[in-house]
Ligand binder design. Structure first.
Ligand SMILES: *[C@@H]1O[C@H](CO)[C@@H](O)[C@H](O)[C@H]1NC(C)=O
Ligand SMILES: *[C@@H]1O[C@H](CO)[C@@H](O)[C@H](O)[C@H]1NC(C)=O
Ligand SMILES: *[C@@H]1O[C@H](CO)[C@@H](O)[C@H](O)[C@H]1NC(C)=O
Ligand SMILES: *[C@@H]1O[C@H](CO)[C@@H](O)[C@H](O)[C@H]1NC(C)=O
Ligand SMILES: *[C@@H]1O[C@H](CO)[C@@H](O)[C@H](O)[C@H]1NC(C)=O
Ligand SMILES: *[C@@H]1O[C@H](CO)[C@@H](O)[C@H](O)[C@H]1NC(C)=O
Ligand SMILES: *[C@@H]1O[C@H](CO)[C@@H](O)[C@H](O)[C@H]1NC(C)=O
Length: 469
């Protein structure tokens, strides 16, 4: 009897699933991008590109006399093999070449955008270089933009860039247009105004929103949630930034949310006061207090730190002695990806791939599928449910038949109960295999304990490479 009800319920579920309208939002691409920074020294062939839809190769520079792209000879070798190398693990991966970055000289970019002939050199060279190296697109990462005239010129640059990209695609026998994106700070407010949102909407495929580095130990003498999703007491939060971009007119589906794979370590004034916002006296652990996720996990493991979670800000932190380390762990990454989906953003990107620990964060970001069941998932679910229903039907009819025979021969009612409980156990184990795997702190294997970052930091390998100059 119970089995019949279960089977009927399953068939009803299958019916419901197949009737659900497939909304257009589910058809939209979902960007899962990641930056690879050459200064990290991380081998390109080690990138697990199956975890991403787009990989961004960083950074090309700007020649201040010709306004063409400049790529050092060592980077040139790496960049030219980037796309082919990452395609090996994911043939459908798309790659972008990022120009600029936190260490770029602001005045060179300011000068480049200021004159039509300079912009033309820059644009033509960017398209030629992207094609020559086999990239599918270009990412513009001028993160120090700020004056009114720079912003106005940036709008013109994007207009001209899109026209050039369209014309290049027509003139090369209709080859697919290069993708054009930019990296921007967490909120649209810059200088006296905002980024050129009209031009961005019209000309760019999307914006990489750098939703992190709100507080850094070098410049902030309290512990801070460097990438707080929410902050009831301040505008320095991801939710504030995203809402502002949308309120200022940027389409939500042009926004790609940044996930930091790094955190910051402060030295507490009083180790007993270790709340978020507690008094601090500068960086801990290294000169910038900047640490990769991998190094943070190693440090916490070594010193047996206890992971804390604050749900107001959506942040993890850990206090070890007088060091306070704030960062995003697996749970926070999942919450942020779910947030991006809820807000109908275009996707997420990670800064930066090499700082992950054994792909734990990249996987957590990729695996969050709770909020949307896409068509593939729906099909899989229907197949699974149908198979389960059929198995239950076969089992129950077999049992019914056997029971009848057994009862007729011996009249044992107990056996029926036993087989039914066995079946229930089997069903329970079938259900259990569908429970999504949850990574806990103890599951994470810490590979090394190499947290002396001074050298890498000198190369700008961590968060501060995006610090606004
Ligand atoms: C800029 O380009 C010019 C001309 O190609 C070249 O001579 C010069 O070395 C380049 N400068 C830099 C900093 O790469
Ligand atoms: C890049 O690829 C070329 C040929 O495919 C190869 O000769 C060269 O060694 C590669 N360079 C690097 C830095 O891997
Ligand atoms: C940027 O370049 C200009 C001239 O090319 C130079 O004078 C200035 O010092 C540079 N600024 C930085 C921050 O490197
Ligand atoms: C902001 O506006 C004031 C007055 O118009 C101007 O002097 C100043 O340069 C502007 N600031 C920036 C960053 O453009
Ligand atoms: C476009 O196609 C034509 C004929 O197939 C060919 O002659 C020409 O070289 C192609 N142009 C480019 C830029 O690939
Ligand atoms: C922190 O900075 C603020 C403002 O810059 C200053 O007033 C305060 O004294 C500083 N506190 C400490 C503990 O350094
Ligand atoms: C998060 O931290 C703030 C500041 O330290 C505190 O006021 C708040 O109660 C904390 N929230 C949770 C949920 O722990």
């Amino acid at each position: 009897m119970a089995l019949t009800i279960i089977t009927a319920t399953l068939f009803f579920l299958i019916f419901l699933l197949s009737k659900l309208p497939s909304s257009t939002a589910q058809e939209q691409p979902w960007i899962q991008a990641g930056y690879w920074f050459s200064g990290s020294g991380f081998p390109i062939s080690d990138i697990n590109s199956a975890l991403f839809t787009h990989l961004i190769c960083a950074f090309a520079g700007l020649n201040s006399s010709t306004y063409e792209l400049s790529i050092s000879s060592s980077d040139s070798q790496l960049f030219s093999n980037f796309t082919n190398t990452v395609k090996q693990k994911n043939p459908s991966i798309k790659t972008l070449l990022s120009i600029g970055g936190g260490l770029a000289n602001r005045s060179h970019y300011s000068s480049m955008v200021s004159q039509s002939s300079y912009r033309k050199s820059f644009i033509d060279s960017s398209i030629k270089t992207a094609r020559a190296y086999g990239f599918h697109g270009i990412d513009f990462s001028w993160v120090s933009v700020g004056t009114d005239s720079e912003i106005a010129n940036m709008a013109i640059l994007f207009d001209e860039w899109r026209v050039a990209i369209e014309s290049e695609s027509r003139n090369s026998n209709g080859s697919i247009q290069l993708v054009l994106t930019m990296a921007a700070q967490y909120s649209p407010y810059v200088g006296n105004g905002t980024f050129p949102i009209g031009s961005i909407n019209k000309n760019l495929n999307w914006v990489h929103v750098m939703a992190f580095d709100y507080y850094m130990p070098k410049s902030w003498n309290q512990t801070g949630a460097q990438a707080a999703l929410y902050d009831p007491g301040s505008e320095k939060s991801t939710d504030f930034g995203i809402n502002s971009w949308i309120n200022k007119g940027l389409s939500a589906n042009k926004l790609v949310l940044g996930l930091p794979f790094h955190g910051y370590a402060w030295t507490l004034v009083n180790p007993k006061d270790s709340a978020i916002g507690a008094p601090a006296k500068g960086p801990a652990i290294n000169i910038y207090g900047a640490m990769s996720y991998k190094d943070i996990k190693g440090y916490i493991q070594t010193y047996r730190g206890v992971l804390q979670y604050n749900a107001t800000y959506v942040v993890n932190y850990c206090t070890i002695g007088s060091s306070w380390i704030g960062f995003d762990d697996v749970e926070v990454v999942k919450i942020k990806v779910a947030y991006a989906k809820k807000k109908n953003l275009l996707g997420y990107f990670v800064w930066q791939i090499p700082q992950d620990d054994n792909w734990v964060l990249s996987q957590a970001a990729q695996e969050d599928k709770k909020t949307t069941i896409n068509n593939k998932g729906r099909l899989l679910l229907v197949i699974l449910l149908t198979a389960t229903a059929i198995i239950i039907l076969i089992l129950s009819s077999t049992m019914w038949y056997l029971r009848k025979r057994v009862l007729r021969c011996i009249g044992l009612a107990d056996e029926q109960k036993e087989s039914e409980s066995k079946l229930r156990t089997t069903m329970a184990s079938i259900e259990n295999t569908n429970v999504p795997q949850v990574f806990s702190f103890t599951d994470i294997v810490v590979a090394t304990n190499n947290f002396s970052n001074e050298n890498k930091l000198g190369e700008g390998g961590y968060g501060p490479v995006y610090k606004v100059i």
